[in-house]
Design a protein around this ligand. Structure first.
Ligand SMILES: C[S@@+](CC[C@H](N)C(=O)[O-])C[C@H]1O[C@@H](n2cnc3c(N)ncnc32)[C@H](O)[C@@H]1O
Length: 201
């Protein structure tokens, strides 16, 4: 594990026990709700939530799609422990520890991959896109939700601190997708500067 990855893991391990009770989680759950308006899944879909945190989004998906099977993957053992302790659908939802850059899954396994407010933390974004493309079946969807401020246009991405947070413009997202064999379908602002980008394989 790189130094940056271990800093992120420690940060999220500390946050995990109080994560669902703090203000950001309320905002994130409002974002999940808005995201659902754009989600298109086959019956009995098999989906992955990358950087799932405590599992709130995948629970919401399980409620809205009663035949859905889901896996949540997260770098933080404490986040995974919280997700497992609150798993209301143990027959349908599984939570696993792992890095988005090197996923423990076979090829073309998922109908859709979700990623909410997590991509900004990844030190090697292209590697994550390549992994998403590898695990998605042809015709599958990638729902990428992260902040992007319009004044960033000149920069394509914003490095707030070394190895810290990177925020990607629609153009930068499209380029990452193209390299990985994913086609950008649409961009929608969900809440303030939080931008959903939908890709298909
Ligand atoms: C702000 S939280 C968002 C959690 C959840 N997606 C949500 O919408 O509430 C960011 C999550 O990304 C996870 N994360 C950060 N880097 C990761 C990586 N390289 N691989 C997998 N998960 C990662 C963190 O552990 C944390 O749980």
């Amino acid at each position: 594990m790189t130094n940056n990855t271990s800093i992120k893991q420690t940060f999220f391990d500390r946050w995990a026990p109080s994560y669902d009770w703090l203000f950001p989680s309320v905002v994130y759950q409002a974002i999940h709700k808005r995201l659902l308006e754009y989600v298109n899944l086959p019956t009995s879909a098999n989906v992955l939530d990358l950087g799932c945190g405590t599992g709130k989004l995948i629970h919401r998906l399980a409620i809205n799609f009663p035949n859905l099977q889901g896996t949540g993957l997260d770098l933080s053992p404490e986040m995974i422990s919280q997700a497992n302790s609150r798993n209301c659908y143990p027959q349908r939802l599984t939570f696993l520890l792992g890095n988005a850059e090197e996923m423990p899954f076979g090829e073309e396994q998922f109908d859709a991959v979700f990623n909410t407010i997590s991509f900004l933390h990844y030190p090697h974004p292209q590697q994550v896109f390549n992994e998403v493309s590898r695990v998605l079946r042809p015709g599958g969807y990638f729902y990428l939700v992260d902040s992007y401020f319009k004044w960033q246009d000149e920069f394509q991405y914003l490095s707030i601190s070394p190895g810290g947070l990177n925020l990607y413009s629609p153009t930068a997202r499209e380029k990452l997708g193209e390299e990985a064999g994913l086609n950008l379908q649409a961009n929608y602002y969900l809440l303030g500067a939080v931008l959903l980008t939908i890709f298909t394989k």
